[in-house]
Design a protein. Structure first.
Length: 182
């Protein structure tokens, strides 16, 4: 870690004001120097103006994917620990986040202890982990497939619906639901 970076500097990129405020206070009480960005534009400004040791990035920022911020964070702060946090977890987005440079990925809801454990976890998980070997339910497989096709289409709902041979409104309803567990 560079000497000009505070070892406890942390950037939270989160559009949910309540979650951001609660997380910020809890992390500050634990000794972190917390900065907060609530959208992609302010996040880019914070990344370019503040060297950081840690970043917690919400995947969905006001309907926009924050995946694009991971390479920016990594380029500006190569040694930073980056955690992608999301309420709409899928294997496709987890894989993409890790490929882009995130160190870990965590589904909401998560408390501060879980967030810190994921943020500071130096172990790398692979396809041999037991959690990747359990078969998924049909509903979860559908969710994962939708997320994969949506990611391949850069979030374009109309094109994704066309490729899935599904009405666009049906796809939108499915996407508004929380992911199915297991």
């Amino acid at each position: 870690m560079s000497k000009d970076i505070n070892a406890k500097s942390l950037l939270i990129i989160e559009d949910d004001q309540v979650f951001a405020s609660v997380s910020s206070r809890a992390l500050s009480r634990r000794g972190y120097e917390v900065a907060l960005a609530t959208d992609i534009v302010s996040a880019r400004e914070m990344i370019n103006s503040h060297p950081i040791a840690y970043a917690i990035v919400d995947l969905n920022l006001a309907g926009h994917s924050a995946l694009e911020l991971i390479p920016v964070l990594r380029a500006r702060n190569p040694a930073a620990r980056i955690l992608m946090l999301t309420g709409y977890a899928s294997i496709a987005t987890a894989v993409e986040a890790i490929k882009l440079g995130a160190d870990n990925y965590l589904a909401k809801p998560a408390d501060i202890d879980e967030i810190l454990a994921a943020l500071e976890d130096n172990t790398h998980h692979d396809e041999h982990d037991p959690e990747f070997q359990e078969p998924m339910s049909v509903r979860r497989l559908e969710w994962e497939h939708i997320q994969k096709v949506l990611l391949e289409n850069d979030g374009n709902i109309s094109e994704t619906a066309r490729q899935l041979k599904m009405h666009r409104r049906t796809l939108q309803r499915k996407l508004q639901k929380k992911p199915v567990a297991g």
